[in-house]
Design a protein around this ligand. Structure first.
Ligand code: FMN
Length: 191
């Protein structure tokens, strides 16, 4: 698969087959993704990978965060409980949850450089995974901004920016492409 094929063909994957991607394959993807551009060679990306039995407590941290944010507050206990169970089952069925985070540089400019580098790293990983038939969903959910969630996963918001959780596995369904706007709407040439 060439670069153009990977970029145009990759889709965000929402439904995964059962079964884990071997850790060695994930490691290789992230090793190669780390050739992303990174100013000052800071390589700011860090990851926690939840898989197998570890997803249960990870999913509880997510649900507790939803709770704190009032996600279930409009429902009676029975309905709220069923919703919780449904979300937990959904999360447990995703083979890998990769929390991508970085240290927060106190210098705003350096923070932005680091965040940009981590995003480049994530897209590299998505493309490398796609080439191997592995799907990813780049997610940014409110729990990434929940200080207690950060504590629950062993981080603290003051020192670390939680960038994304990548949901990873072999795709069971590949969505249709969402067409992009004409690039002319976003570009101006000056001569
Ligand atoms: C920073 C960022 C955050 C995203 N967060 C979510 C998310 O929380 N949930 C989700 O379903 N998709 C999320 N996406 C994926 C986009 O929805 C997806 O890329 C877009 O719909 C285009 O689909 P495609 O990637 O299949 O081309 C995110 C993408 C980016 C770049």
């Amino acid at each position: 698969m060439d670069v153009q094929e990977a970029i145009l063909g990759r889709r965000s994957i929402h439904e995964f087959k059962k079964g884990q991607v071997p850790s060695s394959d994930l490691k290789q993807i992230f090793e190669r993704a780390s050739w992303a551009p990174t100013h000052r060679m800071k390589q700011p990306w860090m990851m926690k990978v939840y898989q197998g039995g570890a997803i249960d407590s990870y999913a509880s941290h997510v649900l507790n965060s939803y709770d704190r944010q009032g996600f279930f507050s409009g429902y009676d206990a029975d309905r709220g409980g069923k919703m919780r169970e449904g979300i937990k089952k959904f999360l447990i069925n995703i083979p890998h949850h990769v929390l991508v985070y970085m240290e927060r540089d106190v210098d705003q400019m350096k923070y932005e450089e680091d965040y940009a580098a981590v995003c480049a790293f994530i897209q590299n990983a998505q493309l490398l995974a796609w080439e191997q038939g592995i799907g990813m969903l780049w997610t940014t959910s409110p729990y990434l901004h929940d200080a207690q969630f950060a504590v629950d996963v062993g981080l603290n918001e003051r020192d670390y920016k939680l960038v994304s959780v990548l949901q990873v596995g072999y795709p069971s369904r590949i969505p249709k492409p969402k067409q992009r706007a004409q690039i002319e709407e976003s570009i101006t040439f000056y001569e």
